[in-house]
Design a protein around this ligand. Structure first.
Ligand code: IPM
Ligand code: MG
Length: 361
């Protein structure tokens, strides 16, 4: 029997509620199968750790998680610590340190969820956004001089490298090829950004030649927002730079009904390092500690984690459980207009997972 070594990093805010919920689902799976087990190790990194130690995670923290099979992450963010410290000190440190260069963000309208689009059937919206996750607008290059003086200057330089663009384009074309519609939209802004984004477009064209069976088109990022709202069915797989995809994926999550549902995977496609899975929603301080957080984004992330480990049956089982639960309005949390608690949704998903296994056995 295979034992997967999983690092859990709840981080801040409701991350501390949804990551234990995700672990419960993994434990329910393990209880009901002979095929695999999990060996969890939890890391208390985040803003509380920062208050005690002055850093979000220890300097040698990456070494503690480098050999894991996967990482389940909650969120980083705290009202009393500047956002750029929580982000760069933890999540980006892990993503960049473990070269998780492909960020994958699937979006679907799950059963029972009421999306805001009037002219959209549930099947019309089924996207995967591939976010470049290692450079671009998040490369961290820039600086400030003459702080506080009238001549103060500050830069955030977006850097794209040919190698970085080639690898994310190849990943996106491959992913598009693996989906039934074999359709990829490359998001750009090469009309206004006339250097790096022009290279981005050129590399897309070059890589497309390796995938003759994938239909692809280009869309300017601003026009893409309108297309997502007005013609959602014309999109399937989408690839964009770090910041463009950050923005488009929030829009995607909102169009699918709630940010509380959206999952993501920070993937090292070459599998040199563990990949990291997390809900998109962030730390949500307004509801933290109340047991009201929607754990569905974490459960969907758990399904992605299982897929990444090659446990496709188990991943399907978790998604079936998620869909059964979203289909039942009495199990909707506050973000979906319901009254259910994190614990109730978690118990329902765990019960479903174990029941399906019992029925199959
Ligand atoms: C996301 C988030 C983060 C990002 C925030 C928390 C810095 O919005 O994962 O989309 O911008 O990358
Ligand atoms: Mg975002």
């Amino acid at each position: 029997m295979k034992t997967y070594r999983i690092a859990t990093i709840p981080g801040d805010g409701i991350g501390k509620e949804v990551v234990p919920a995700g672990r419960q689902v993994l434990e329910a799976l393990a209880r009901s199968t002979q095929n695999f087990a999990f060996d969890f190790e939890n890391f208390d990194w985040g803003a509380d750790y920062y208050r005690q130690h002055g850093v979000m995670m220890p300097d040698d923290g990456l070494d503690a998680i480098r050999d894991k099979d996967a990482i389940l992450f909650g969120s980083a963010g705290d009202p009393d610590v500047p956002d750029h410290i929580t982000l760069w000190g933890l999540r980006l440190k892990i993503c960049q340190g473990l070269d998780q260069y492909a960020n994958v963000r699937p979006t679907r309208i799950l059963p029972g969820i009421d999306g805001p689009l009037k002219r959209c059937e549930r099947e019309d919206l089924n996207w995967v956004i591939v976010r470049e996750n290692s450079e671009g607008e998040y490369s961290g290059v820039g600086g400030r001089v003459h702080q506080g003086h009238p001549i103060e200057a500050a830069t955030d330089v977006s850097i794209l490298t040919r190698a970085g663009v080639e690898r994310i384009m190849r990943f996106a074309f491959k992913l598009a090829q693996s989906r039934p519609r074999k359709l990829l939209t490359v998001i750009t802004k090469s009309n206004a950004q006339r250097h790096a984004m022009v290279m981005w477009d050129e590399v897309a064209l070059e890589i497309s030649k390796e995938f003759p069976d994938v239909k692809w088109d280009k869309e300017l990022v601003d026009a893409a927002t309108a297309r997502m709202v007005n013609r959602p069915a014309t999109l399937d797989t989408i690839v964009a730079t770090n910041l463009h995809a950050d923005i488009l994926s929030d829009l995607a999550a909102a169009l699918a009904g709630s940010l509380g549902i959206a999952p993501t995977g920070n993937i090292d496609p070459e599998r040199r390092y563990p990949s990291m899975f997390e809900p998109i929603h962030g730390s949500a301080f307004d509801i933290m500690g109340k047991g009201l957080a929607n754990p569905i984004g974490t459960f969907w992330s758990v399904a992605m984690l299982l897929e990444h480990l090659g446990e496709f049956e188990a991943a399907k089982r978790v998604m079936a459980a998620v869909e059964a639960v979203t289909a039942d309005p009495s199990l909707h949390t506050g973000d979906l207009g319901g009254k259910a608690t994190t614990a109730q949704v978690t118990a329902a998903v765990c019960a479903f997972v174990e029941r399906v296994e019992a029925a199959a056995a």
